[in-house]
Design a binder for this molecule. Structure first.
Ligand code: G16
Length: 543
C-alpha cells in the first residue's frame, strides 16, 4: 500500500470547543492543519485499525476535499471500513443514527453547524463515539493532548475516492461504502411518529413552510415532508444544499430565518413554520404570529410527547443545559420525572441517554432531541410538533396559550456580544466571578440577588466533574441571569447573556419579552459592568 508517513509538528489552536474543532476555513486549509487534527483524533481514540467509521458533512465549502483527506488517512491508519454519505453529505443526526444502526466504532462529522460556509467563513470537524454522540470531554482531552505532541501522520497517495456513486468499493485496502444519506434516517422517523395522522393533517388542508436555509436538511425535508407525509410541493423552501448556504447564515432563529418569520407574521402565513441549520441538528418552530423559544419548545414537547407513538409510555426523565430556561423543570415536576441540568454541549446528554435516565433533552441554542439518536435533531423536533398538532387539533398559538396558563411563562432571551476582544471578555468574566460570593442580598434594578455561583456539573453516570460552566445569578421572584463565553465561535470571544423571568399572573402572559425582562437585563448589566469592561453597549444578536 502506498502509505506515506509525513513528519509534522504541533499546531497551536487545536483545542476542541463546545462541539469539536471549529475554525475559519482558511485555517483548516493551512498545511498539515486538518491532517494533524485527524491523526490526533485517531490517536486519541486508540487508533482506527480494523475499525468501522461513519463519515459525513453538511456539504459546506471544503467538505469534499476534507473527506478525501480523511478517507486517505483512515486507509493509511488501517481502518476496516468507512461508511460515507453520498457526495460526502449527511446530516449530523443521520450520522449519529447510522453509527448506532451499523454498530460502527464512531464517526467524523464535518460541519461548523449554523456558522456560514465558504472560503472566508467557517469549517469544523468533530468525532462522535460508538454511542453515536459527540465525544465526551475525557475523549476530547485525549485528542487535544495528541495535538500537542504529534510528530507524524499517515496518509495514502492522493487518489480520489469515488463517494458520489452508491455501493461498496476499496481504497488502498480499506472498504468504502457509499450510502443514501436520507433513507435510513427517514425510516427511523417513521418508527417514531404517527405518519398516517400527520398525512391526514396535511390532506385536510394544513399548510406549512419549512426553510432548509440552503443547508443539509433540504433533501431530508423534501423526502419526508413532501414525500412520505404528502405536504404540498413548495412546502420546503431553500431545499437545495449549497457550499455557502446561498450566501446566508444557516442559523434557525428569528434573525437569520427572517424570511420565514416575515411569512409567519404576514397575511398569508401558513399554519406552521419551521427551519433547520447547516448540519440539521438545530430547529426553529414558529406558528402563525407565534414564535416559540427553544426553551419553551422543549417544555411543550415534554408535556405532549406521549401523543407520539415513540413516547406513548411516558418519559424516563428530561435534561436541559444550564442556561436553558426552567420551563421544562416545571413540566417535569408535574409529570413526576427527573430533570437534569447539564453544562452547555450536547455531549453532556450522552451518558444520561445511554443510562436511560433521560428520554428528551434540549437547549436554548435551538436544539431538541431524544434517545432515538445521540445528537440534537432538527427534523425530529419538527415531526414531533406536527404529531402533537395533528393529535390535539390545536394551533401553535393555542398550544402555547394553554401551556402558559398551566405552567406559567418563562420569559427568556439570549443576548450575544460577538467578536469581543478575548482579553476584555475574560476580564469581565473574571471580575464577575470574583464578585459572585458577595452578591447574595444585593438590591439592583428593582431585584434582589438570592444566590450567585459558577456552575459545575457532576455527571451522575460516570462521576466526572466539569467546572467553569457559566456564571449564574438568581434573583428573588424566579428571575435569572447567566453569563458564559461561547465555545463555538471562530473569531475573538462571544459573550452570551441569558435572561429569564417567570410570570404566572394570568394577565401577564402575553407581554413582550423585552418588557418582561427589562429589570433582569438592567441588573445583569450593572452587576457585570459589561459596557465599561468591553466597550459594548448593545448586543449584536438577540434571540
Ligand atoms: C453546539 C453544541 C450545543 C451548544 C451550542 C452552542 O451546537 O452542540 O450543545 O448549545 O453549540 O454552544 P456555545 O454557546 O458554546 O456557542 P451546534 O449546533 O453549533 O453544533
Amino acid at each position: 500500500m502506498p502509505m506515506q508517513i509525513v513528519r509534522t509538528s504541533p499546531i497551536e489552536g487545536q483545542k476542541p470547543g463546545t462541539s469539536g474543532l471549529r475554525k475559519k476555513t482558511s485555517v483548516f486549509k493551512r498545511p498539515h492543519f486538518l491532517e494533524n487534527y485527524v491523526q490526533s483524533t485517531f490517536n486519541g481514540i486508540g487508533g482506527v485499525r480494523g475499525k468501522v467509521l461513519v463519515i459525513g458533512g453538511d456539504g459546506r465549502y471544503f467538505n469534499d476535499d476534507a473527506i478525501q483527506v480523511i478517507l486517505r488517512m483512515a486507509a493509511a491508519n488501517e481502518a476496516a471500513r468507512c461508511i460515507v454519505g453520498q457526495g460526502g453529505i449527511m446530516s449530523t443526526p443521520a450520522v449519529s443514527h447510522l453509527i448506532r444502526k451499523r454498530k460502527a466504532d464512531g464517526g467524523l462529522i464535518l460541519s461548523a453547524s449554523h456558522n456560514p460556509g465558504g472560503p472566508d467563513a467557517d469549517f469544523g470537524l468533530k468525532y462522535n463515539g460508538p454511542n453515536g454522540g459527540p465525544a465526551t470531554e475525557t475523549v476530547t482531552d485525549k485528542i487535544f493532548a495528541n495535538t500537542r505532541d504529534i510528530d507524524l501522520y499517515k496518509i495514502t497517495a492522493a487518489t480520489p475516492v469515488d463517494i458520489d456513486t452508491l455501493g461498496l468499493r476499496r481504497h488502498e485496502g480499506m472498504e468504502v461504502e457509499v450510502v443514501d444519506s436520507v433513507a435510513d434516517y427517514a425510516a427511523l422517523m417513521q418508527t417514531l411518529f404517527d405518519f398516517d395522522k400527520i398525512r391526514a393533517l396535511f390532506a385536510g388542508g394544513f399548510t406549512m413552510r419549512f426553510d432548509a436555509m440552503h443547508a443539509v436538511t433540504g433533501p431530508y425535508a423534501h423526502a419526508i415532508l413532501e414525500g412520505r407525509l404528502g405536504a404540498a410541493k413548495g412546502t420546503v423552501v431553500n431545499g437545495k444544499p449549497s457550499p455557502d448556504f446561498g450566501g446566508g447564515h444557516p442559523d434557525p432563529n428569528p434573525i437569520w430565518a427572517k424570511d420565514l418569520m416575515d411569512t409567519m407574521y404576514g397575511p398569508l402565513a401558513p399554519d406552521f413554520g419551521a427551519a433547520s441549520d447547516g448540519d440539521g441538528d438545530r430547529n426553529m418552530i414558529v406558528g402563525r404570529n407565534t414564535y416559540v423559544t427553544p426553551s419553551d419548545s422543549l417544555a411543550v414537547l415534554t408535556a405532549h410527547a406521549h401523543l407520539a407513538p415513540a413516547y406513548k409510555d411516558g418519559l424516563k426523565g428530561v435534561a436541559r443545559s444550564m442556561p436553558t430556561s426552567r420551563a421544562v423543570d416545571r413540566v417535569a415536576d408535574s409529570l413526576g420525572i427527573a430533570c437534569y441540568e447539564t453544562p452547555t454541549g450536547w455531549k453532556f446528554f450522552g451518558n444520561l441517554l445511554d443510562a436511560g435516565k433521560a428520554t428528551l433533552c434540549g437547549e436554548e441554542s435551538a436544539g431538541t432531541g431524544s434517545d432515538h439518536v445521540r445528537e440534537k435533531d432538527g427534523l425530529w423536533a419538527v415531526l414531533l410538533w406536527l404529531n402533537i398538532l395533528a393529535e390535539t387539533g390545536k394551533s401553535v398559538a393555542e398550544l402555547m396559550a394553554d401551556f402558559w396558563a398551566s405552567y406559567g411563562r418563562c420569559y427568556y432571551s439570549r443576548h450575544d456580544y460577538e467578536e469581543v476582544e478575548s482579553d476584555k471578555a475574560n476580564a469581565m468574566m473574571d471580575a464577575l466571578r470574583a464578585k459572585l460570593p458577595t452578591l447574595a442580598g444585593t438590591q439592583v434594578s428593582g431585584l434582589t440577588v438570592e444566590a450567585a455561583d459558577e456552575f459545575a456539573y457532576d455527571d451522575p453516570v460516570d462521576g466526572s466533574r466539569s467546572t467553569g460552566q457559566g456564571l449564574r445569578i438568581a434573583f428573588a421572584g424566579d428571575a435569572r441571569a447567566v453569563f458564559r463565553l461561547s465555545g463555538t465561535g471562530t473569531a475573538g470571544a462571544t459573550i452570551r447573556l441569558y435572561l429569564e423571568q417567570l410570570e404566572t399572573a394570568a394577565d401577564k402572559l402575553q407581554m413582550s419579552p423585552e418588557e418582561a425582562l427589562e429589570n433582569v437585563r438592567g441588573a445583569a448589566m450593572i452587576l457585570s459592568d459589561l459596557t465599561a469592561l468591553t466597550g459594548r453597549t448593545e448586543p449584536d444578536v438577540i434571540t
